[in-house]
Design a protein around this ligand. Structure first.
Ligand SMILES: NC(=O)c1ccc[n+]([C@@H]2O[C@H](COP(=O)([O-])OP(=O)(O)OC[C@H]3O[C@@H](n4cnc5c(N)ncnc54)[C@H](O)[C@@H]3O)[C@@H](O)[C@H]2O)c1
Length: 327
């Protein structure tokens, strides 16, 4: 009989800090670029009856010896039930025997690893002197993205928040008031974006919200929300003027914001400048001038989840946290 550790969201939150997670995620992408970790094909399908998307993301981190998958997805109607739209859990296995070793609640994992990759996108690609930030979409990820971006962009002095559901924008603005910067609700996406040095999109939209004409030279865009076929946040024409970066080329061209610009022939896979691992390892260039428009498209890659959950498991064992069950 083998033993399996169960970690709930609260325990994972106790075990993994934002700064530690930032380091883990950078390491995971650097290793992936060197061929030292693996991403297996993603499954993501619509569950029509319940207006949900269910998916499985899996992989293997060779250096950290973490093998497993995250299963779950996005249920758009959960808000009305008082539940987060994202629901997921992970299972980890012993890579040398295949035995299941842990079940890890993954709502916090998703939250912290998505916040971390957004911060990494800003850290590597936004101009460090960026002063104005626009957040489009003030849901669960939006709020976390805003907090994470502000940690790595200390020169931000003005924040605009837009959400189609104004009460969501008002809530984020009220919660993140701070003497370091001014933060206001924008009346429109255009008002939020037109003066922005950095734009973060984190909506569940299926049509473009941020238009090409609003984007000034030097802007960096973190495209977070589009992680499924058909979702869309950006006018594809922006891609024609931008240097494009992705977390994972395959996923972004199929599931990410890049899908629309690739399908419309505005960019090709070959014209995408770099994957995140190549950027971190400096095997491909990042931003090449202050006037360049940069886009970082992230769909969420299994190695982010595995790096986070693997570290949580390692720390849980050291500190005696979690519930042990026998299988
Ligand atoms: N890239 C990743 O790794 C990653 C990780 C987690 C979630 N996501 C995606 O991020 C998106 C947001 O997730 P969430 O958990 O924050 O969802 P959420 O439902 O909590 O928030 C989405 C917000 O977007 C707003 N919105 C929807 N359409 C809009 C529009 N046209 N204009 C302005 N605002 C609009 C909604 O009102 C809501 O406040 C989803 O599409 C989700 O699948 C991506």
């Amino acid at each position: 009989m083998n033993e399996l550790i169960v970690l709930n969201d609260q325990e994972v939150a106790e075990l993994v800090s934002f700064d530690e997670n930032l380091r883990l995620i950078e390491q995971a992408f650097a290793d992936y670029n060197r061929g030292e970790s693996y991403v297996l094909p993603v499954i993501r399908e619509k569950i029509k009856k319940h207006n949900g998307f269910f998916g499985i993301k899996s992989g293997y981190l060779e250096n950290q010896e973490v093998l497993g998958f995250k299963a779950g997805g996005f249920w758009a109607d959960n808000k009305d039930k008082g539940l987060p739209n994202h629901q997921s859990a992970m299972m980890l296995f012993d890579p040398s025997t295949g035995q299941p070793i842990a079940v890890v609640a993954a709502n916090f994992v998703t939250q912290i690893r998505t916040a971390a990759i957004g911060a990494i996108g800003c850290k590597y690609l936004a101009r460090p002197e960026s002063r104005v930030l626009a957040l489009i979409g003030a849901g669960h990820q939006g709020r976390n993205q805003l907090e994470a971006s502000l940690k790595v962009l200390p020169a931000i002095k003005e924040v605009w928040v837009y959400d189609v559901f104004q009460a969501s924008a008002e809530k984020v603005v009220a919660e993140l008031q701070n003497e370091k910067y001014s933060i206001r609700v924008a009346e429109s996406a255009e008002q939020a974006c037109s003066a922005a040095d950095v734009i973060v999109t984190a909506t569940s939209s299926f049509q473009a919200i941020v238009m090409n004409d609003w984007i000034k030279p030097g802007t960096h865009i973190n495209a977070i929300g589009t992680d499924t076929r058909g979702k869309q946040e950006l006018d594809p024409l922006i891609f024609g003027r931008a240097a494009v970066f992705v977390d994972n080329l395959e996923q972004c061209c199929y599931l990410g914001e890049c899908q629309h610009a690739v399908d419309a022939g505005i960019i090709s896979r070959q014209s995408i400048r770099a994957e995140l691992g190549e950027l971190i390892n400096q095997s491909k260039p990042g931003r090449t001038s202050p006037d360049e428009i940069t886009i970082f498209d992230t769909t969420g890659v299994a190695i982010q989840d595995l790096a986070t959950a693997g570290y949580a498991l390692q720390e849980a064992k050291k500190r005696g946290i979690g519930t042990i069950i026998k299988l």
